[in-house]
Design a protein around this ligand. Structure first.
Ligand code: SF4
Length: 307
């Protein structure tokens, strides 16, 4: 039997990216994993406890490629950030990704040049969508693909990679998330907003500033969705995150993660093991105590992979 090529869509932060956690910290959580539990506790278990591999979709890999191009685009001088420059970055960034993760090439049959070219063209089309909603020549992001973290409730480290953070001259913060997926956006908008609030909470707790705008940029639809949180809302959200963590702890102690079927099941890689689809989950893994800094529960999704 040939092993299925799989790609790790969770990103292991490098040692230099991992800040020293206060000694009170005993657990950690990323927005992607928290959103998994909120969406479906069994999906959380499959991804974070069983660590089952997932074969990424072409859409997820295209998302990773487009995020990489947009990240590099801001390395260029402002005047050079044109649609043509972005288009010129697509093939070199694809080559870089394939060099770093050779398994990506297995998305296409050997010699399927037309397939690869079509894929690269579809990434360029998403980038054209980007230029219809933003002019990167007028922007100077403060952070790109940055790992941010904060401790809440003394014990829980929360952290994740934000796509972009803009800081206005008056100090106002705008968190920007690029959405490249082709799935109906209503199916994922609540999840996307949950993740943006997660970043807003981290920024509020670490910088003392409530972000003025949380922005979702839908590249396929060339649409912008802005949301402005306030401190009361983030306080409530913080309680939600802590309660979510406590629910995860209880479910882990009881080894009880129930399926919660929804429209998102159509995008789940684990239907064959899900009781809602006639499957049986594997035996619950036996694990030692988790290290809060390397625990799978806190491993953020690679930029663009969580579409
Ligand atoms: S198929 Fe649906 S219910 Fe089952 S694990 Fe996946 S998301 Fe949950």
């Amino acid at each position: 039997m040939t092993a299925e090529p799989v790609i790790d869509t969770q990103h292991s932060p490098t040692a230099s990216e991992v800040p020293a956690a206060p000694p009170t910290v005993r657990a950690s959580l990323s927005p992607s994993r928290a959103a998994d539990f909120k969406t479906c506790p069994l999906l959380y278990r499959f991804r974070s406890i069983d660590r089952l591999p997932e074969r990424p979709t072409v859409e997820q890999v295209r998302g990773t490629l487009v995020h990489a191009v947009l990240e590099r685009l801001f390395d260029l001088p402002a005047a050079a950030r044109t649609p043509e420059s972005a288009g010129d970055l697509v093939a070199p960034q694809w080559d870089r990704l394939v060099t770093e993760q050779p398994e990506l090439a297995t998305l296409f049959a050997e010699g399927d040049t037309a397939g690869v070219e079509g894929f690269l063209r579809s990434a360029s089309a998403l980038l054209e969508g980007y230029f219809t909603v933003e002019d990167p020549r007028r922007l100077e992001p403060a952070e790109r693909e940055a790992l941010i973290s904060a401790v809440v409730d003394d014990e829980l480290l929360i952290r994740g990679y934000l796509d972009r953070l803009d800081v206005a001259p008056d100090g106002a913060l705008r968190v920007v998330d690029y959405k490249t997926g082709g799935a109906p956006r209503e199916a994922f908008e609540a999840r996307a907003l949950f993740q943006l609030k997660f970043y807003a909470l981290v920024l509020w707790r670490t910088r003392g500033v409530v972000p003025r705008v949380l922005r979702l940029l839908y590249l396929k639809d060339a649409e912008v969705c802005d949301y402005s949180p306030d401190a009361d809302e983030l306080l409530r959200f913080e309680r939600t995150v802590v309660a979510l963590w406590q629910a995860i702890e209880q479910a882990t102690a009881r080894q009880d993660f129930r399926p919660r079927p929804s429209r998102l099941c159509d995008w789940c890689s684990h239907q064959a093991l899900c009781p809602s689809f006639g499957g049986t989950p594997p035996p619950f893994p036996v694990a030692g105590p988790a290290d809060p800094l390397t625990d799978a529960r806190s491993r953020p999704a690679a930029p663009g992979a969580d579409e």
